[in-house]
Design a protein around this ligand. Sequence first.
Ligand SMILES: Nc1ncnc2c1ncn2[C@@H]1O[C@H](COP(=O)(O)OP(=O)(O)OP(=O)(O)O)[C@@H](O)[C@H]1O
Ligand SMILES: [Mg+2]
Length: 206
Amino acid sequence: MAFVITVAQQKGGAGKTMLAANLAVAFAGSARVALLDIDPQRSLSRWHGLRKPGAVALHLSEVSGWRLAAELDRLRASHDVVLIDSPPQIDTDARLAIRGADLVIVPVQPSLPDLWAAEGTLKLAVAERRLARIVLNRAPASGKLRERVMAEIRREDHAMFATVMGNRVGLATAFADGSSILETSPKSAAAQEIMALLAEIEALRG
Ligand SMILES: Nc1ncnc2c1ncn2[C@@H]1O[C@H](COP(=O)(O)OP(=O)(O)OP(=O)(O)O)[C@@H](O)[C@H]1O
Ligand SMILES: [Mg+2]
């Protein structure tokens, strides 16, 4: 049975698709990975369509509505890890994806409105008794805003990954190529952050 990870956050542009793509390639080093794109924007599917022949193979399914639950069951049975990329809203499909997840990853950029937008997703994960973790994304290495947002996350008692993703242009460049940072710049800081996140997820998976 696969470990199902749903990347969710109502705020657009938080880094959901970037994380799903990069974590998929990271997991694919040692697991059968399936991607499930439930976002009508289809960014993850389009990234998948840009992947080069010979790049590590990732299964991708694109479904919505009444087909979603059955497709998730099918992928769960045939893969080790399923990564679901969700739209920037909590619609019926996103609810189902959170309900079906073993872990919900919520990317948050270092701004209070981004954190506030995440609260709906985090509440839903709690209501569904799902494990959920914020990952701070596009964060500067230091600074007042980063500290302010981190303090607010602690004050609200939200669980957060220790790994913080910096603002790394290489992630966007790799994405535009249908690649992961692990494939384009495996020694970069961004690749190290993805691998650190992977290790934290593996530890949660037990
Ligand atoms: N850590 C980062 N460093 C640099 N660029 C980033 C980072 N994370 C995301 N980006 C870039 O920010 C943009 C938005 O990211 P992405 O598409 O993953 O967000 P999203 O949450 O999936 O958006 P949407 O809600 O529209 O689906 C993309 O161009 C992506 O490459
Ligand atoms: Mg997206």
